[in-house]
Design a protein around this ligand. Sequence first.
Ligand code: SF4
Ligand code: SF4
Ligand code: SF4
Length: 186
Amino acid sequence: MASADDIDALLPQTQCTRCGYQGCRPYAEAIARGEAEINQCPPGGAATIGQLAVLLQRDPLPLNPANGVEGPPLVALIDEAACIGCAKCLPPCPVDAIIGARKQMHTVITGLCTGCELCIAPCPVDCISMVPRTSLAGAPAAPDSQLNRQRFLAHNERIARRARERDALLASRKQMAGADAHPREL
Ligand code: SF4
Ligand code: SF4
Ligand code: SF4
């Protein structure tokens, strides 16, 4: 019996959610529980379905069109003249492939972009588009699943660390406010 770890190891790790789950790991867990089919990952396409079929000793299935279609690797491109520097595209990027500070122009690091498209919807001025990777002169190859996983784990760890720091700051402010409200008598 294959584990969720075994299944997850075969997934592209773009975290695009097109499989109908919140990311690759939840999809892997759903397959392991027998609740999802092996043909729901458009980025992985026929190759991933084939690998899952071998692992799980099942017949390969065609990609479910309800989840999308297999296509050439895409990469996000920001129209830098139109970018208003709102930074709304930064948090949704699972692999931190966008750089830029608030009120400054943002740009995509092509070598890290998985083509997940998660930055498109949050952009208020629609200045991000997806283009075929091969249409960009000199674009590096798409990142592999191992790099995607490393970047995603680092992204999650950074978010968790910031949440811990924020909680600690709030707790210390509350403590100080409490001390101010009840000054010790001399
Ligand atoms: S890469 Fe595949 S498994 Fe991962 S979230 Fe996207 S569709 Fe789901
Ligand atoms: S830049 Fe956009 S498309 Fe590329 S990985 Fe980040 S969120 Fe996905
Ligand atoms: S969401 Fe759009 S406008 Fe805002 S920083 Fe990102 S690319 Fe620029």
